[in-house]
Structure formats: structure tokens, C-alpha cells
Design a protein around this ligand. Structure first.
Ligand code: GLU
Length: 301
């Protein structure tokens, strides 16, 4: 990377979970984070969030990296694999525990479902019996978290009422996404996070963890997620098709248009790097629709 790129101080990232190949929805998120980073002459990093081996088909991480390269996007630094970062997550968890912010929770999924969306603090006040398999939760205070989303505008969340005590280490011993992502965003000095609106509710949790661990909070921007005809997020679980290599010109064109950018006619006939160059030069994050979801039906795909 040239000095001028590094000197802007912007560091963005795309952090896929390798549970299967990229589909159109995840490609859109990758493109948004890439364009925003490049338009700021910043760095763009790829982080593989491979913390849950049971949900990761062999080879998926390599396929995702190849798909991103096919679409003209490569990490400016070696890809960080979360599976190599367990000691850092343990150290962060120990810090939280030393500060008496965590408690063990033996509640089953069913019990938590019956509480409604918000954990009711059962194990915070009545610790589970010794020997029981437990998750570790962080106790959230009665506090308002506010942030100005780059795309969706100002957001407020009341931690105790809207988020509740949340899991930082799962019952099966795996570190939770919320903890790992915060540790790595700080480790990689990420300044800007552009990702899907499905993670909007995670942002107050992550900002709270950042404050507990003494990390700075990056700037966040949440891109609308694409839903299928049943209103579900396009996802590997819902059998969204992987983005194809052979149609990458027209698919990239559709992704850029989905992001509200307005490339010239016949732009889809250009190669991916020419299309990206145009989009970097003309990038307008405010043109991204200020919506949480957009149905796939009717998209220019
Ligand atoms: N790994 C998460 C996912 O694939 C995204 C994490 C993030 O961008 O914060 O949904």
C-alpha cells in the first residue's frame, strides 16, 4: 500500500462467517465496505469469522476469498482468522470477569425463549448449581447507547430494556460473536464498519463491550439486507445461490445499483475493476436506501 493510502487513517473490514459461499446479499455488504474504504483512500481488510467449526463446511473460507478476488476485492493485509485468536478472546473475557461484569448462566434456550426477547436476569440473581454446563453473560446496566449510523441516521438503544444481559462465551465453550468481533475490531484498529442491517441490534452490545474493555468505538454504517419472497434474509441457511464467477460483471453492476449508486448505461459490460473504479470515484454513501430490508423481488438482478 502506498503511503497516501495509509495516511488517511481509515481502516475498514469485511468479516464473513465461512458457513458457505457468498450470495448476492453478502456480496453487496462486501462491496459497500470496500467502496467506502477505497473512497476514503483507506485500508480494507478481510477477517474470517471461523469460530464455529460445526457450521463451516470444509473449504468455505477459501471459496469466499476466491469469490472476493473474482469480484476484484482483496485484503490489504493478510486475512485474519478468528480461529487463531482464542487466547486474545480469553484475555478479554478474563478482563471482564476481573471487573465483575460477568455471570454464569445455566438457562436453556427454551427458558430464554419463554422470557421473550430480553434475558430477565435469572442467573444474575440466582447462580446456577456448580457442575452445570454454563454460558457466560455480561450484565448490562440501565444505560442508553446512542450512535449516528452513517446510513440509517441516529439510533438509540436502552441496554437493559432492549438488549439485556448477553452471552460472551457459549455453553459449548465457544467464544460468542459479540466478544470476538469487538476484540478483533480493536486489534485491527478498525475505524469504520459497514455491514448489514441484520447486525444493527448487535452494535449497542458491541459499543458497550468496547467501553468495558477500554477500546475506542468505530463508526458504523448498516446497509439494507435483501430478503427472499418469504421476507427472510438471503442467507446460506435459506439456500441463497452463490454468486457466480461467469456472470460477475452483471452481478457486480446489480450490487452497485442496489447500493443506490447510478452507474452509466452499459456499465455492466465493463470488467469488474473498471466498474469498481467508477464506483469508488462516484461513491455516495448517502444514496444507499435508508431501509432495513429490501425484497429481492424487483431488484435489477
Ligand atoms: N461474521 C458476521 C456475519 O457473517 C459479520 C460480522 C460483522 O460484520 O460484524 O454475519
Amino acid at each position: 500500500m502506498s503511503e497516501s493510502i495509509q495516511s488517511t487513517g481509515y481502516i475498514g473490514r469485511f468479516a464473513p462467517s465461512p458457513s458457505g459461499p457468498l450470495h448476492f446479499g453478502s456480496l453487496v455488504t462486501a462491496v459497500a465496505s470496500y467502496l467506502d474504504a477505497r473512497a476514503h483512500r483507506g485500508l480494507w481488510l478481510i477477517r474470517m469469522e471461523d469460530l464455529d467449526p460445526d457450521r463451516e463446511p470444509p473449504g468455505a473460507a477459501g471459496i469466499i476469498l476466491q469469490q472476493l478476488a473474482d469480484y476484484g476485492m482483496q485484503s490489504d493485509q493478510p486475512v485474519l482468522y478468528q480461529s487463531s485468536r482464542l487466547a486474545a478472546y480469553q484475555a478479554a473475557l478474563t478482563t471482564l470477569q476481573d471487573r465483575h461484569l460477568c455471570f454464569s448462566c445455566g438457562c436453556s434456550r427454551q427458558q430464554v425463549r419463554e422470557m421473550g426477547a430480553i434475558y430477565d436476569g435469572t442467573c444474575r440473581f440466582h447462580p446456577p448449581k456448580a457442575g452445570k454446563k454454563v454460558a457466560i453473560r455480561i450484565a448490562v446496566p440501565d444505560q442508553l447507547i446512542e450512535f449516528n449510523d452513517l446510513i440509517q441516521g441516529v439510533r438509540h438503544y436502552h441496554l437493559a430494556k432492549e438488549t439485556g444481559d448477553f452471552i460472551v462465551r457459549r455453553k459449548d465453550g465457544l467464544f460468542a460473536y459479540q466478544l470476538a468481533v469487538v476484540v478483533d475490531d480493536a486489534y485491527q484498529n478498525i475505524t469504520h464498519i459497514v455491514r448489514g442491517c441484520d447486525l444493527m441490534d448487535s452494535t449497542p452490545r458491541q459499543m458497550f463491550l468496547q467501553s468495558c474493555l477500554g477500546y475506542p468505538s468505530p463508526v458504523y454504517g448498516h446497509v439494507p439486507v435483501i430478503t427472499n419472497e418469504l421476507g427472510q434474509k438471503l442467507s446460506k441457511q435459506h439456500f441463497a445461490d452463490p454468486v457466480s464467477r461467469s456472470e460477475r460483471r452483471s452481478i457486480l453492476h446489480a450490487a452497485i445499483r442496489f447500493l443506490g449508486q447510478n452507474p452509466p448505461r452499459k456499465h455492466h459490460e465493463l470488467g469488474v475493476s473498471e466498474q469498481l473504479d467508477w464506483a469508488i470515484e462516484h461513491w455516495d454513501i448517502q444514496a444507499i436506501p435508508k431501509l432495513a430490508t429490501i425484497p429481492q423481488h424487483g431488484l435489477p438482478l
